[in-house]
Design a protein around this ligand. Sequence first.
Ligand SMILES: Cc1cc2nc3c(=O)[nH]c(=O)nc-3n(C[C@H](O)[C@H](O)[C@H](O)COP(=O)(O)OP(=O)(O)OC[C@H]3O[C@@H](n4cnc5c(N)ncnc54)[C@H](O)[C@@H]3O)c2cc1C
Length: 453
Amino acid sequence: MSRLYEAHAYDAAHWPASHWRAAGPLPPAGAGALHGGSRADAVIIGAGYAGLNAALELAEAHGMAVTLLEAAAPGWAASGRNAGFVCLGGTVLDSDAIAARTGAQGVRDWAAFAEAAIDRVAENLDRHGIDARQGPQGELCLAHDAGFWARMQRAALPAGARLLPPAALREAGLAAPGFHGGVMLPAGFPVDPMAYAGGLARAALDAGVRLHSRSPVLAVEPAPGGWRVRCATGHVTAPRVLIATNGYGEDDLPPALAGRRLPVLTSILVTRPLGMAERAAQGWTSHAMAYDSRRLLHYFRLLPCGRFLFGMRGGLSAGPAGFERARRRVRAHFEALFPAWAGVETETIWSGLACATASGAPFAAAIPGHPGLFAAFGWHGNGVAAASEAGRRVARAMAGAPHGLPELLRALPPRFPLPALRRLWLALAYARYGLADGPLRTAGMVDSRGRGR
Ligand SMILES: Cc1cc2nc3c(=O)[nH]c(=O)nc-3n(C[C@H](O)[C@H](O)[C@H](O)COP(=O)(O)OP(=O)(O)OC[C@H]3O[C@@H](n4cnc5c(N)ncnc54)[C@H](O)[C@@H]3O)c2cc1C
């Protein structure tokens, strides 16, 4: 088995301090480590949003006996560390690129899927009584340069979207000096990601799912009646297995997936609570979700408790030294974009792994040539909604029911060229994106590649 980053990133004993961990209870862990041998109708590997939604669907809607095996605990990985943007997304492909692969119908199917994914999260919250909503409907995209702002003004906007020139941004409490204007998109809403994961885990347990935390799967092997899923102290045999390990899975578990996933680091800081005067001084008083138009984008929002959440992608090392560099970079970019808060302390800062693919699209379907073996991964840093809905739909495919998985999700992404060099490819991509994004004008503090002061 192999993994791309330093062991520290995958160490289940290390659960980084985060705002979400401090803010509420951890998700229920279910039973402890798997012991002995058993059978199930389905085994799911990974208790993030994809795995939890799939488990719920199979147990609730299809009456199956489901075993959910999790290396650490539900929500330990990206699903408990993210920024909580329930938003459109999951692919880096634009409509033209999707059309070239799947035709006009494929574009419509993907768009409908992305909308349904947001509704899915809302429905999960309502149906399972999960108290995780954190702010208003909509997502703001801010233009980081004049050219992008010009393009925004020329573009055909989706229904319900609003163009916000700088004066309108100020009036809406969404002012930051580095931005030239923005578009408020109507879809999406923010959540507490850990509370969402916890609510899903509780619902799965209530639905009869056998959840084993601290049960890293070591192998998935063909066996009479399907697949034997093996942990250190036990195994489960089932006709259907879903690999839902996304950026945290071993690269070659199973070998059919080796080289097809690129885990990508992304980091978030959360400040101490901001007073009303501090918020007014910056001009940012809204609780709307926002991101900027850079390739290496920043994402941010004011939390209900008054703390400010600020995140960005980047970084090539997940060891302690790499984390320290990420910490300095995120902090420097935060101070550059929100200069009035340059003196506001960081309360917590953490990193996690999202997952990209060489096709630029996620995957959720049966793995070709492996009857009964399914996988769901590659949300490109936008998986709160997409992984939730894809988990539901891939579970229907596992049950042999009509699934509605769009064609874009059903094509297994190719292996990266020379997969062992994926971090090098990522370094080159970051350098290219940094050049395209241009310098971060910061009163002379950092540039877009994140060199410190
Ligand atoms: C810092 C950060 C911020 C983000 N912000 C946003 C955001 O605001 N909005 C958005 O849409 N997306 C965001 N994302 C991405 C989003 O969090 C993910 O796309 C989503 O959570 C993926 O869910 P998942 O279930 O596929 O994977 P994960 O949540 O990563 O879960 C995979 C699980 O598999 C388990 N696992 C791995 N290997 C094994 C094994 N061998 N045996 C058993 N279990 C195993 C892991 O322990 C883990 O619990 C962010 C990601 C990060 C890291």
